[in-house]
Design a binder for this molecule. Structure first.
Ligand code: NAD
Length: 355
């Protein structure tokens, strides 16, 4: 049955993949609620923006009146909550926005959802019965696996290290509490590092691709031996849509691609892929430059995704090798998208003020 799904943060990296997947491969109507911070980019949605099943609402999740109005106007069956401040380095330079959006914003949205859900119980009991609030989070809430072969499971205790992961951990706790205390029908997912098309160029993989193409240094933190578990963003989007509709209420699902790689290995693989598709005399690897490590940098993250695989039958379609190849090719084919991000015009144009 066709539903109305409200996606917060739908102009971001993962949110836009969810919106594209819903418009292209489902019958559902999508409301994209996004503040359009520096990380929000409507250019990532041009392929679906003309669909009659797509609607955009520019709004801030910390604004209770806006949240109440939008929920009342759009009457969603499902809320998929992705809006967040998401960049660890920015959370170290200035944590305030992370506390505001990730914690206060999630609280504000939960309260709006609770009010809306209560009103549904009197106006449309069967819609209230099917209503779901899906909170999207990160494996960084579990902290650091340094020195062990362990994997994060859904019962791993929280031990966040950065202001970003602490704010996400806090939002997870709020969502779980709203489920337990107020009976709000919630489900939570915690996912490993994503990569793929439309990724903002401040993040590791796009930064390395674009710097290498420009002949600029490839800055690697510390010794580059920090291990991340990589997942192709479209595999994550498919997992999220599955959990939003079929995940058991009150449960948490870890999502990951079984792709543990050291950062230095990722950067070297990108260099080798580029050497293959954009050959040059000098080796791209010569651009690798080691820089002072990030304070509090976690050494290793790795996800046990067996629960979502067994209970919901999800498996990733891409390996790291196929996904990375697709990603490198996407950046080569979509220069106008990333050039507008790099020169800032993706922001000016949408505000109508030009470059
Ligand atoms: P992103 O930074 O690319 O996008 C975030 C989006 O939220 C942007 O469009 C931004 O405009 C919007 N936003 C920010 N503050 C807002 C506010 N106050 N009100 C409304 N909208 C606001 O982030 P992403 O990488 O797409 O991550 C999406 C979610 O997935 C986040 O909750 C993040 O914690 C989680 N996550 C990310 C990863 C990853 O590898 N990127 C991995 C696991 C989980």
């Amino acid at each position: 049955m066709s539903k109305t799904i409200l996606v917060t943060g739908g102009a971001g990296f993962i949110g836009s993949a969810v919106v594209r997947e819903l418009i292209n491969n489902s019958e559902h109507t999508v409301i994209n609620l996004d503040k359009l911070t520096y990380a929000g980019n409507l250019d990532s949605l041009t392929s679906v923006a003309d669909s009659p099943r797509y609607q955009f609402e520019q709004a801030d999740i910390t604004n209770a009146e806006q949240m109440d109005r939008i929920l009342a106007d759009t009457q969603p069956d499902i809320i998929m909550h992705l809006a967040a401040e998401s960049h660890v380095d920015r959370s170290i330079d200035g944590p305030a926005d992370f506390i505001q959006t990730n914690i206060v914003g999630t609280y504000t949205l939960l309260e709006a959802a609770r009010k809306y859900w209560s009103s549904l119980k009197t106006s449309d009991a069967s819609k209230a019965e099917g209503f779901r609030f899906h909170h999207i989070s990160t494996d960084e809430v579990y902290g650091d696996l340094e020195g062990t072969d362990d994997l994060f499971t859904e019962t791993t205790p929280y031990a966040p290290s950065s202001p970003y992961s602490a704010s996400k951990a806090s939002s997870d706790h709020l969502v779980r509490a709203w489920g337990r205390t107020f009976g709000l029908p919630v489900v939570i997912t915690n996912c490993s590092n994503n990569y793929g098309p439309y990724h903002f160029p401040e993040k590791l993989i796009p930064l390395m691709i674009l710097n290498a193409l420009a002949g600029k240094p490839l800055p690697v933190y510390g010794d580059g031996q920090q291990i991340r578990d990589w997942l192709y963003v479209e595999d994550h989007a498919r997992a999220l849509i599955l959990v939003a509709q079929k995940g058991n209420l009150g449960e948490t699902y870890n999502i990951g691609g079984h792709n543990e790689k050291a950062n230095l290995e990722v950067v070297k693989t990108i260099c080798d892929l580029l050497q293959e598709v954009v050959p040059q005399d000098a080796n791209y690897r010569d651009l690798i430059t080691f820089v002072t490590d990030r304070p509090g940098h976690d050494h290793r993250y790795a996800i046990d995704a067996s629960k979502i695989e067994k209970e919901l039958g999800w498996t990733p379609q891409e390996t790291f090798e196929t996904g990375l190849r697709k990603t490198v090719q996407w950046y080569l084919d979509n220069k106008p998208w990333w050039q507008k991000v790099q020169d800032g015009t993706y922001r000016g144009e949408r505000l109508g003020v030009g470059g």
